[in-house]
Each structure stands twice: as C-alpha cells, then as structure tokens.
Design a protein. Structure first.
Length: 194
C-alpha cells in the first residue's frame, strides 16, 4: 500500500501518525508534539513530548522516538531512517537527528521561537556540519499548528480562571475583614469591654 502512494500522500500518512502521538502528549498534559521514525516504509518507533512527566528536559518527541528506534535497530546510527515530527525541531533535537544520521526529516508547524530548521537558525544548512538530512518542511502545518494553538489557548484560559478565582477569594477575604473591623468599631459604648 505505501509503495503505491505518491510521496506527498506518504508524507501525510506518516505525519498523521505523528499527530496521533501529539494527541497522546496533550492528553498527558504535555505540549502536543509527536514523532515517528520510519525505516523502509515501516514505523519502527514513536514518541511524544514527555519532559514534564519524565522530569527530563531532553524528553522531546524527537528524542523519545530516536531513542526507541536506536533500541529497535540495535544501533545509535539510524541510517536510512526518516523522522516525521509535528513541530520544527529545536537545536537540541536537530543535533540529535544529525548525530543519528537520519536520512530524511519531515516536520509540520514552524517554531518561530526555537526552530532550528530555518525559523530561528538552520542547522541542516550549515556546511561545516558533517551530516545533512534531506528536509521537508510544513507538511500538514495547519493541523499541527491548530493542535498547538488549541493546547496553549486552553492553558491560558485555565490560568485566567485560576487567577480570577484567586482574585475573588482575596476580595471576599478583604470584604469579610472590613465587615469584622466595621462591626468592632460600631459596637455600642456599653458593650465595650472595660
């Protein structure tokens, strides 16, 4: 089936699998980024963002997938493999992709803050680096970006609700304190302690 697909359809197929991984990240409370490693048309490893859950700053989707793929093939070199990821890799992940000797990288949404495939820097175009993966960018970018936008919109809404709840609690406490002070100062003189 995959052999009969056109390259764009094949890329969309595997990127959809990466998006499915991103949904798993979101359901775990992580930034929704997913990745899959493909060798000879077969998914050999998957990964999704897990830095919070694993308490590991390197547990980005790409790194998780690369580690699983290396275990699967029994080698840290992943020659001939393709990596599909829903967000443009950061410098850490781009370096890992290069060290793993990934043949082809396909990514979805641009990352204007940390993207290392052209948005901020382009590590794959540096001539002094000794490995250069083929790169296909912005495959299913709208779908990838929508997932990220939705996640961060929900996070901002929760933060606003928590802030409003804290403000309401503080205002209530101030009002109760003012009432208590007012009650003490308005007590009739005969009721005052001697």
């Amino acid at each position: 089936m995959l052999l009969k697909m056109t390259p764009p359809d094949r890329d969309r197929y595997f990127m959809q699998l990466a998006l499915d991984q991103a949904v798993l990240a979101e359901s775990a409370g992580e930034v929704p980024v997913g990745a899959v490693v493909v060798l000879d048309g077969e998914v050999i490893a998957t990964g999704f963002n897990q830095p919070i859950g694993r308490k590991d700053p390197t547990a980005h989707a790409e790194i998780v997938a690369l580690r699983a793929a290396a275990l699967r093939v029994g080698n840290y070199r992943l020659a001939g493999c393709e990596l599909y990821v829903t967000l443009e890799p950061c410098a850490m992940c781009a370096g890992a992709i290069q060290h793993a000797r990934i043949a082809r990288l396909v990514w979805g949404a641009k990352d204007p803050k940390t993207g290392a495939c052209g948005s901020v820097v382009d590590l794959f175009s540096q001539p002094l680096l000794n490995h250069h993966a083929q790169v296909a960018s912005e495959v299913m970018a709208p779908e990838s970006a929508a997932l990220l936008r939705g996640f961060f919109a929900q996070r901002r809404a929760r933060a606003r609700q928590q802030s409003q709840a804290l403000q309401a609690e503080a205002q209530s406490a101030v009002a109760q304190s003012a009432e208590a002070i007012g009650a003490q100062t308005s007590a009739p003189p005969g009721d005052a302690p001697t």
